[in-house]
Write a protein that binds this ligand. Sequence first.
Ligand code: ACO
Length: 337
Amino acid sequence: MTRKDSHAKTVCITGTGSYLPEKVLTNFDLEKMVETTDEWIRTRTGIRERHIAQNGEGTCLMAAQSALRALRSADMSPEEVEIIIVGTFTPDMLLPNTACLVQDRIGAENALCFDLSAACSGFVYGLEVARGLILGSGYRNALVIGVEKLSAVTDWRDRNTCVLFGDGGGAAVLEATDKSGRRGLLASAMGADGSLADLLNIPGGGSRMGLTRHAIDDRQIYIKMAGNEVFKHAVRCMCNAGQKALERSGLTMDDVNWVIPHQANARIVEAVASRLGNSPHKFCVNLERVGNISAASVPVALDEFVRRGKIKRGDTVLLVAFGGGFTWGAMVLEWGY
Ligand code: ACO
């Protein structure tokens, strides 16, 4: 294969976009659905409200909307896109993958398309895979999307989980560049521990326990989570991954301007911030308004803080995520293209 930029050394994010459904579900709405209070949810999680997809607002639609916004900000047409990676565990359908549906919806007919299943780490994993394809195989660009319709796999009778999750999508355009002075994606640290799969999963509806009457009646088709255990691992893994990615980039937390963490719980974010050099002021947090949107969490927050003008050219940004699997990933990048 011969491709124009097969010797590209730098990959930059050149555009971001996001989409949140219009409907907002507040903690007060949840008080009417399960035995909970706004006060409990706010103090234990930091969440006040989340966006919930309505009829017709599927994962593909949210992904496509965020992709089109990212393409607009990158000044790229859909036909130019060479790779589409969709990080999600709530695809529209099991077959085909959501990336193919997005390709069709936005008219990106020249792209190769696949989904990536790494739960909340899906977007950061996607960046790493796209960077590898661009640097190693000579592709010139990629559209990486993190999107989730968690309302479809949430047990709305289970107060332990239903207060946490929301819906939405976020996207980034990655491009190879040979412009001097551009550093782009600098270093990463990814990992996984499948031995802890039972702490956060959806047991039913797959090929092991199909969509049987038992699976539905026993509510096995919804997210199950051992919240306390997940909490501890999330803090440990996000700190370790963040530190490792920084070491690999030759930087320290003093060099970092902004951290975009996976937004699962304000207490997790605070614990990570205090362990990563007591730096809460550097953490971009929007979970109060969006809840935990899994793979969409990092790209939605990234897009928001870029559009608000907080993240500026030359800033060093650390992305760090953790999710079911368990999976985790961190990436250090210099903003600007
Ligand atoms: N309202 C009121 N009470 C509640 C609620 C609620 N919504 N939910 C649980 N409780 C009760 C529990 O039943 C328990 O009562 P008990 O002591 O009588 O048994 C009490 O509150 C305390 O429960 P804990 O589970 O100990 O509460 P905790 O402080 O750990 O908070 C939470 C729970 C918010 C889930 C927290 O553990 C957490 O955020 N965990 C991590 C989640 C996460 O990181 N997810 C990331 C990955 S998500 C993904 O990949 C899709």
